[in-house]
Each structure stands twice: as C-alpha cells, then as structure tokens.
Design a protein around this ligand. Structure first.
Ligand code: TXE
Length: 483
C-alpha cells in the first residue's frame, strides 16, 4: 500500500495522489546528513483537493458512522500500528534521528492514543440543563466538521496520535500537514488506516513546506478547527490565518519548563528525571525540563551529581541507540550553537558536557549534552527554548524566589517539583504557572490520559485526555418548550 520512500505522494481519499505541481522535496537522514527519500511538495491546490475530499467524507460515509463504529476503527488502527511497530520505528528513527528505543516508544504511544480515543468515542455526551417550567434543555456535542492538523517533526507519531485520534473519535474528518522533516511514518500510518477500514476521506495527509502547504491549510475557509504544535512565531501566523475565517485554533508552542529541587527532596528519585527530561529526544521536546532550580543548601552537591552523569552521556547515530541521537536538521543544530555561543559571550559557566561518539558521521547534526550553572534569569538561555540537550541550572533561597524564577519566562507548559513536604507540594502546584505540574515525578510517562497544554507563549487549548475531545467538538444547546 505504501509507495516506496522515493515515490512521493499525498494521501487523499485513501489514495496516493501526486502533487499537482509535480515538485518534490529531499528528505535528509539526520544521523548522516544524506538524502534518503523525497516527499511531495504540496501547495494550495493540493490542500484544496484534500479539504474537498474531507468535506465529502464528513457529509458522506464517514460522517454517518456511529460513535461506536468510529471507536472500533480507532481500536483496529491501534492494533495494526502495534503489529507494525518495528517497521514504523525504523522509518521514524531514520527520518528524525531518534534512537530506535525512543522511536519504538513513540509507536506504542501512538497506538495508546488510538486505544484511549477509540474507547472514549461513544462516551462523549451532552447534558440536560434545569430551566424554566415547561422546558427541557439539553446540549449536544457535535464535531466541528473538517479539522486541520499541523504537526511538528519532534514527535510526529505522538502528536499526530493525540490530535488526529481525538478529532476522529469526535467525528471530524481530518486534513494533516506534517512537518517536512518528519512525515514518512505518518504516511505509513495513513496506509494502515485505509487497511483497517476507515472510509475514504476521513484522514488526508498533504506533505510539504510550512509556508506553503501549512499556511494554505490554516487559511482555508473549508477548515473548521486548527490544531497546531510548533514555535510561538509560527503559532501566531497560524492563529492569524485561522482568524481570517473565524476558525478556532488550538496552539501548543513549547516551553522553558523548570524542575524545582528543594533540599528535602529524594535526590536518588529526582536524578534520572532531571537528566532524562532534557536529553530525551536530544532535548527536542516541548515539555523538556530545560531549567533546574536548586535550593542553595544542595546546589553544589546536586550539581556535582548532575555533572558526573552529564559527562557520561553519549550522542550518536540513531541505530546505535545511545543516550541521544542527532538533532533533526542543520537549522536546529545552528540554533543550539547560537544559544551556546551567546552563553559563552555572557560568561555563563559550563559544568559538564557529554560526548559525540567517534562513529557519528561528520555530516550528521550532533550535539553533546551540556550542563550550565548560575544561569542569569535575564539571559536568553534562561528565557528562551533551546530545543537541544542543554540544561540550565540556578540556585534559589526560598519558595518565593523559586516561584519567581520558575514563572519568570514567557512560557508556561510544564513544571516539576521535588520535595517531601506535603504542604509545599500543594503550594507549589497552585503557584506555578503551567498547564501541568508534576510533584516528585516528571512527564508522567507520556500521559495520554492527562490534559496537556500551556499558558502565555506556550499556547492555549488542551490536548490529550478527555479534555481534548471537548476541543474537537462544538456544543449545541437545544431548548424544547413542551408546556
Ligand atoms: O518550527 P515551526 P520549526 C520550537 C522549537 C524549535 C522552533 C523552530 O523551539 O527550535 O520551534 O522549529 C509548520 N503556516 N518547536 O522551525 O516553524 C511546519 O511545516 C502553517 C516547538 O520547525 O513552528 C511544521 O509542520 N504551518 C515544538 C510546523 O509548522 C507552518 C515543535 C512546526 O514548524 C508555517 C517544533 C506557516 N506559515 C518546534 N510555517 C513543540 N511545541 O513541541 C511552518 N509551519
């Protein structure tokens, strides 16, 4: 079903469709820096075709399926994904540079989204509302219609799963524009959707560049809801494009997430999560724990432990399955280098660095993990998302200072708190400005069930969990006067 990796096409109406312009884009393997595939360079005309097909599906066979049937299709899709785990992980790992074990975890998470939303599809219901005598008032949750999904390259399968899984469960037809640097696994996943019986047009994928296919999708008047994950700047462009046709937009725009470590914390439990939260996916994670705030009494000893661990970390080609793989592309590598050279110019001390192994090809996009200390709150390194394996540390003296430092960036996606003090756990959970707060853990193992999203520059709207289903529906109130 899937065309060979060099045969590029969009997935529209359960068919492989060549791009109307005939243009293609090269796909580079981040581990080697070599071209290994080509994808279709979608444009406005391809988006028009995909939206028209989705609209027909919504008005036709897909739109007429019951919630139970939609749920069953999602469950079957999840099974097919798990049955093809090795192939999907291999594609993802080559395409994005993820170590194989991370890519395998992403496949499992994708299937888990479809299991969760498959089970939830027929449990999404409205309410009856007590009103005046002689009335019955009820609410109905209806799908928006055709939803647009702009997916980034850092977790193509997971972010596709959380967004498209919820949208389909709620009864929408979807048009997806994956990132140019991470779309091959999704084309294979789309083929599996057709194989398990999704009606034509329920899911459509147009590949290409953000400024072309992505912008055309966000601007398209036939799109009834947009979900976007990516950078704050592009998020703003997408929101403006959505506003041009009064389309609701959900934005997830990354973060500068802090982990606060108090002197009474269980440091043995914290250590793996302090390190894992920044090196997972080479730091290219929206919820990466990129800042560690440490109570002064344990600042030096904890930094020493972190330094020891950082100096052991190894980056290398995805198939070696080391602690981390390469960054996704040259642009992201340059971005990390820019942050590090600014930090050097500001005199911010590096405490420890990992290594890039000798087997790593010189043209790959590698970056060894770096730990920096005494990072000033006003520095770019403290304020802005690096999206690389770079951990910034700073000391605090009391809760108030910890909260001020933690909340003192434009972002607010996730926060972690490490303390044994129960009252402080709740105080911190209330005072930290973030969409998720983890106490004595971080990231909660993916947390398909847990509503997720940001405040301020981290975006708005919630994905994951049951909450996402509300975002992918619109509420209708029906007031019946029967006397
Ligand atoms: O993001 P973009 P980039 C952050 C991270 C990273 C930075 C830049 O800090 O270093 O963003 O990454 C599509 N209309 N995150 O340049 O541009 C694009 O094709 C519509 C955080 O890759 O936001 C891709 O599919 N779509 C993040 C997606 O937007 C457009 C994940 C993301 O690209 C578009 C990724 C346009 N005008 C980056 N321009 C997270 N929250 O996890 C681009 N796109």
């Amino acid at each position: 079903m899937l065309p060979s990796m060099t045969h590029n096409a969009h997935f529209i109406g359960n068919q492989w469709v060549s791009t109307l312009s005939g243009e293609t884009l090269p796909v580079l393997n981040p581990s080697s820096g070599e071209i290994f595939a080509r994808i279709a360079r979608g444009n406005r005309a391809d988006i028009d075709a995909a939206v028209a097909t989705a609209r027909q599906a919504f008005a036709g066979p897909w739109g007429r399926l019951s919630a139970l049937e939609r749920g069953r299709l999602l469950a079957r899709w999840a099974e097919a994904i798990l049955a093809n785990q090795d192939e999907l992980a291999g594609i993802e790992s080559t395409d994005t540079g993820k170590p194989l074990k991370q890519a395998r975890a992403d496949v499992v998470a994708l299937a888990r989204y479809f299991e969760f939303y498959g089970g939830a599809a027929d449990k999404l219901h409205g309410q009856t509302i007590p009103y005046q005598e002689g009335y019955t008032v009820l609410t109905i949750r209806e799908p928006h219609g055709v939803t647009g999904h702009i997916i980034p390259w850092n977790y193509p399968m997971q972010i596709f799963g959380r967004s498209v899984g919820a949208a389909l469960a709620a009864g929408n037809a979807c048009v997806v524009k994956p990132a140019e640097d991470g779309c091959l696994s999704l084309l294979r996943v789309a083929a599996l959707a057709a194989e398990v019986g999704f009606p034509a047009g329920a899911l459509n994928i147009v590949t290409g560049l953000g400024a072309e296919a992505g912008q055309a999708l966000a601007e398209h008047p036939g799109i009834d809801h947009i979900s976007f994950t990516g950078s704050p700047d592009t998020g703003k462009r997408v929101a403006i494009a959505g506003a041009s046709h009064h389309c609701p937009v959900t934005l997830e725009l990354g973060g500068k997430s802090p982990q606060l470590v108090f002197a009474d914390a269980d440091l043995d439990a914290a250590m793996p999560m302090l390190v894992g939260a920044i090196i997972q996916n080479a730091g290219q994670t929206c919820s990466a724990g990129s800042r560690v705030l440490i109570e002064r009494a344990i600042y030096e000893p904890l930094l020493e432990r972190l330094a020891q661990r950082f100096s052991q970390l190894r980056a290398g080609p995805a198939d070696l399955d080391l602690d981390l793989g390469p960054l996704v592309n040259r642009k992201q590598q340059q971005r990390v280098w820019d942050f590090l050279s600014d930090a050097q110019a500001d005199g911010i001390p590096i405490v420890a660095q990992g290594e890039v192994v000798d087997e790593a090809p010189a043209k790959g996009y590698y970056q060894a993990p770096v730990l920096l200390r005494d990072v000033p709150p006003a520095s770019r390194l403290w304020q802005d998302e690096v999206f690389g394996p770079v951990l910034s540390a700073a000391a605090f003296d009391d809760e108030d200072e910890a909260v001020a430092l933690a909340n003192g960036t434009p972002y607010g996606l996730v926060a972690g708190v490490w303390t044994r003090d129960g009252a402080r756990q709740f105080r911190m959970a209330r005072r930290l400005e973030a969409g998720q707060v983890f106490i004595n853990n971080y990231g909660a193992g993916g947390g398909v069930e847990l509503p997720f999203g940001g405040v301020r520059h981290s975006g708005h709207g919630r994905e994951k969990g049951f909450e996402a289903l509300y975002g992918f529906t619109r509420l209708k109130t029906v007031a019946l006067r029967h006397g």
